[in-house]
Design a protein around this ligand. Structure first.
Ligand code: AMP
Length: 458
């Protein structure tokens, strides 16, 4: 199958050739003709499958073939996305694929940045709006956007939007759109909530599903390294240094954990930065640019912040902790091995994460090979260098650490050690100096860490 067979204009075929794509991906081959034909679409596809081009190309095709409009125009296409990063990325794709259609104008609308430049842009007239729901509603309320000309609506990563609590915002946006329009819904997962959204939104939709959802991850070499929680940071530093890795994306479950890990790696001499929702848009953009340029070797990210990070040939992804939601694992590792390039995804798994690992393996329908990195297996003691790096008054090894834990004065008080030391340890959790044989991992009793499993990691 070739792009030329999909009914796309020569300008779009040129842009596709510029990108070096030779063949449509399965989601593109299925979705593009349906969208051009005007069908509503329910598409099961996740990041890494080429889904962005699967809706962007036919949108451009349709806009291009419609009667040319002179003077100020009304936006005809609205793409709703869950995050700023994804908005930027989808907007970038529209510009990339539309580069030989210079008259086509796109506005990328998201929060966390000044609203006035967006107002100016919208006033001048655009064809396509790519937006996050919250900021779009700000414009609706201020009457700085006119959505009365929308003919096509795309909900991209609809499951994420629902996860992030955007359902009411989405419904409010729907009320200001013309009733007659084409609707496309893309989602990686389908639960009851998505289905009910889809039922209310789509009219006689065509369904498109790309091969099992792990197809995108087949090229990725996956490995699990069992390790104690308290030694995960040291293991990451070891892997990065020993492998001389230059570009590593590390996932943590929490924003705080992301900061702490980045700080600690910097102290280990590894140039690192963190991106998450508490950072300003400028800080995130800068961190990402530094990472892409090779100035930052390790980028630590939370799931949400990492959505939409699009780096060709990202060679290494590390899960500092496994995600609670198994689908997030697929999203995370889909950051590497994109569109044909191979990559490596490593998960550091402590004894309390066995259930998550099981759930992920069930989703993938396969076991992920597991191996112990010498010196970092569960229960192995930290090296002298590691101990020295932790600014903690350590319990002498021959002493029972519980004695200290029980004496009411916690060793890991925030006042007497930097926040980054002993990453992952909580008050009362096993001391890193605890002897090897006492770790739960060997004893077959999975421990649930109620604190870190409670709620979603966002
Ligand atoms: P997406 O699933 O939209 O996030 O796209 C994943 C990656 O695949 C992006 O980096 C695209 O540039 C790339 N891509 C999209 N379509 C193709 C194609 N037909 N051939 C090769 N790469 C593609």
């Amino acid at each position: 199958m070739f792009f030329a067979e999909l009914g796309l204009a020569p300008e779009l075929l040129r842009a596709i050739a510029d990108e070096g794509y030779t063949q449509p991906t399965p989601i593109q081959a299925q979705a593009i003709p349906l969208v051009i034909a005007g069908r509503d679409l329910l598409a099961a596809a996740q990041t890494g499958t080429g889904k962005t081009a699967a809706f962007t190309l036919p949108i451009l095709q349709k806009l291009n073939s419609a009667v040319a409009i002179n003077g100020p125009r009304l936006a005809r296409v609205l793409v709703l996305v869950p995050t700023r990063e994804l908005a930027a990325q989808v907007g970038e794709s529209v510009r990339t694929y539309g580069r030989h259609l210079p008259a086509m104008k796109t506005a990328i609308i998201f929060g966390g940045v000044g609203i006035n430049p967006q107002i100016d842009l919208l006033k001048r007239g655009v064809d396509i709006i790519v937006a996050t729901p919250g900021r779009l509603l700000d414009h609706v309320q201020q009457r700085t956007v006119n959505l009365s000309g929308i003919q096509m609506l795309v909900l991209d990563e609809a499951d994420r939007m629902l996860d992030m609590g955007f359902i009411r915002d989405i419904r409010r946006v729907l009320t200001v759109l013309p009733k007659q329009r084409q609707n496309l819904l893309f989602s990686a997962t389908f639960n009851g909530e998505i289905r009910s959204l889809a039922e209310g939104l789509l009219h006689n939709p065509a369904s498109v599903e790309v091969a099992p959802r792990n197809s995108a991850v087949e090229l990725i070499a996956q490995r699990v390294h069992p390790v104690d929680k308290a030694r995960k940071t040291a293991l990451i530093a070891h892997l990065v240094k020993a492998g001389d890795w230059k570009q590593v994306l590390v996932f943590t479950r929490t924003k705080h954990g992301a900061n702490r890990l980045a700080e600690q790696l910097v102290r280990e001499g590894i140039q690192s930065d963190a991106i998450h929702g508490n950072k300003s848009q400028n800080a995130r953009t800068r961190a990402l640019a530094d990472f892409k340029a090779g100035k930052v070797r390790v980028l630590v990210a939370t799931d949400i912040a990492a959505r939409g990070i699009d780096i060709d040939m990202l060679p290494h992804v590390i899960n500092h902790e496994l995600p609670n939601v198994p689908e997030d694992y697929v999203h995370r590792i889909g950051r590497t091995g994109r569109a044909g390039s191979s990559g490596e995804a490593i998960s550091l798994v402590s004894s309390d994460e066995r259930q998550q690992l099981k759930d992920i393996q069930r989703l993938l329908r396969r076991e992920i090979p597991s191996s112990i990195i010498e010196g970092f297996g569960p229960g192995s003691a930290p090296s002298q260098a590691e101990l020295a790096a932790r600014a903690v008054p350590l319990t002498p090894r021959h002493e029972d650490p519980r004695k200290h834990a029980n004496n009411g004065r916690r060793n890991d008080s925030r006042n007497n050690r930097p926040a980054s030391a002993g990453a992952g340890r909580r008050p009362g959790s096993p001391s890193p100096a605890k002897p090897a044989h006492s770790h739960g991992h060997r004893q077959g009793q999975p421990q649930r860490d109620a604190g870190s499993r409670a709620g979603k990691p966002r």
